[in-house]
Design a binder for this molecule. Sequence first.
Ligand SMILES: CC(C)(COP(=O)(O)OP(=O)(O)OC[C@H]1O[C@@H](n2cnc3c(N)ncnc32)[C@H](O)[C@@H]1OP(=O)(O)O)[C@@H](O)C(=O)NCCC(=O)NCCS
Length: 148
Amino acid sequence: MSDHQEQFLVDRLRGSSGFVPELSLVAESGNQILGHILLSKIKIKDVHHSHEALALAPVSVLPEYQKKGIGGKLIVEAHQIAREMDFKGIVVLGHSDYYPRFGYRQACDFGITLPFEVPDENCMAIELFPGAFQNVTGMVEYPKTFFE
Ligand SMILES: CC(C)(COP(=O)(O)OP(=O)(O)OC[C@H]1O[C@@H](n2cnc3c(N)ncnc32)[C@H](O)[C@@H]1OP(=O)(O)O)[C@@H](O)C(=O)NCCC(=O)NCCS
């Protein structure tokens, strides 16, 4: 699903305090950009605690280059960099038959909820280390810029 406004979201996120330059990646061939992924900082909050994590949004591959593994490579590479930067985990709102192959599970399995009225199967999360979300529960708080 697309509202065809994702490019403006990317632009706003780049200028936001949650932007992590190391987690904005492109796939290139020659001089052409074939795909892009952006992970930016979010908070997971309950009444007592606030934990920093990442949101994966958006990831995209040029239509004529889809289904060649580019999206998957961008996701795996972004995970690796995020792990090296010591982020605990990542949440994503997305296709329930795509992200599980990269290790994503329903966010509610971790006690994490997303602030959207969408099916649980589309709200997913991944721990970047075993047990990283053990004491992390609550609702994801996206920066305001996600909704502008
Ligand atoms: C989603 C997207 C980034 C995947 O990139 P990609 O390079 O095609 O992905 P890969 O080649 O690594 O993986 C291909 C697999 O993903 C599946 N896939 C791709 N898009 C999918 C979708 N929207 N829903 C479910 N599965 C999808 C393909 O069916 C294929 O499955 P298979 O390996 O079982 O045949 C790309 O399809 C895209 O840009 N889509 C439009 C933007 C979008 O929807 N972004 C995600 C927002 S949550």
